[in-house]
Design a protein around this ligand. Sequence first.
Ligand SMILES: Cc1ncc(COP(=O)(O)O)c(C=O)c1O
Length: 453
Amino acid sequence: MIYAENILGLIGKTPLVKLNKLTKGIKALVLAKMESLNPGGSVKDRIGISMIDAAEREGRLRPGGTVVEATSGNTGIGIALVCAVRGYKAVFVMTDKCSVEKVRYLKALGSDVVVVPVSAKPDSPDHYVNTARRIAKETPNSIFVFQYGNPFNPEAHYRTTGPEIWEQTEGRVTHFVAGVGTGGTISGAGRYLKEVKPDIKVIGADPYGSVFKTFKEAGKLMEATPYLVEGIGQEIIPENVHMKYIDRIINVTDRDSFHIARRLGREEGIFCGGSTGTIAWAALQVARDLDKDDVVVFIVCDTGERYLSKFLSDEWMKEKRMLGVEKITVGLLNQLKQDEATPRLVSVGPERQVGEALQMMNSYGLSQLPVIEEGKSVGSLREGRLMGKLLANRDLVQAPVSEVMEKGFPIVNEDIGVETAAKYLKNSPAILVEEYGRIVGIITRYDVLDAQP
Ligand SMILES: Cc1ncc(COP(=O)(O)O)c(C=O)c1O
């Protein structure tokens, strides 16, 4: 019979797979190291077990103990698997930037999750690492794993990931490309590969906004700016980032990262997270200048399942202006208003009382209101002129809207661009958006001003 003693026996020994479509025009062999096939779905399974094993060996973690860690999710999942098998309690601190799928995944594995704001800076007590450290201090029989400085993070990759790549490529790997989060993967596997092949090139992929590239090139720590890719990049240089094993760092935008990650799924069947997109983009850039004897290996960090509500959702991509932004249509503008407190279309029927319409305008803070009957525009109310009429004749408050309304706002189809819409707004305070013959929304001058970069 062939079976593992428990789930932890399935960690590592992940296969390599060749890219075939994204490599059009590239002579070098580009291979993906499928870390997403680990039982917890990410490269971090390797360090979960190695850091816990070390804590047990050193007597820091005793039976019934609690494991506390600061994580963007994947390390948490790797640790949670060990805790489930060995009976430890697990508490993870994550930022609110991380996908909800990761939080639910950790809870499903029996862990507790504390979410803190991503805006908390490294020197703030609310920063996720400081919060995790404090929880560990306050919890008896607990350890704070601290993947950013724990030597058994890079050690796991030195002992397993590096040798696997070496053996699987029969020593022919010439370029190794990985992301840099804690630095564990690149420092550990990079160190091993450089020991066995000193002229191998180790390349880090880093989101624009993260500090690694300028630190590597100019020795300066710049101020980090926000980016959307999860799990890689930093505001500070973690202890586990050993620059001496890294030859070069390539910056990649969120847009390029997400587009390549989506293409990996669609064109190669490699369903992966956004950080894999960052890494694959850098790997392809490197590969473009190489020859047919070169072999590029890059890391597929995790599976796409934990990003279905994020960059793998068209709506999310549109909201972030990363899909089809060449043309912002009034339809898209109308959709993007959906989260706000005001419904997309506040309107009134022609038979309703003027007083009622005024109340609606007041409560939603609107200065105009379309009059709609059976999905069709039949007129409009505009605050200034309506007030003028009411001042002249107070009894009009009781009258039906049809008695005081003016001509309707211009109607445009949902697929016209905002630039065209802006022309209508020169003479009208608002325009109505029509989809399949029905009025579905209203766009005001403010909406268009907000949308234009
Ligand atoms: C999704 C994802 N990709 C990549 C990484 C980076 O790996 P490392 O921490 O080994 O540098 C992480 C680590 O947090 C991650 O969560």
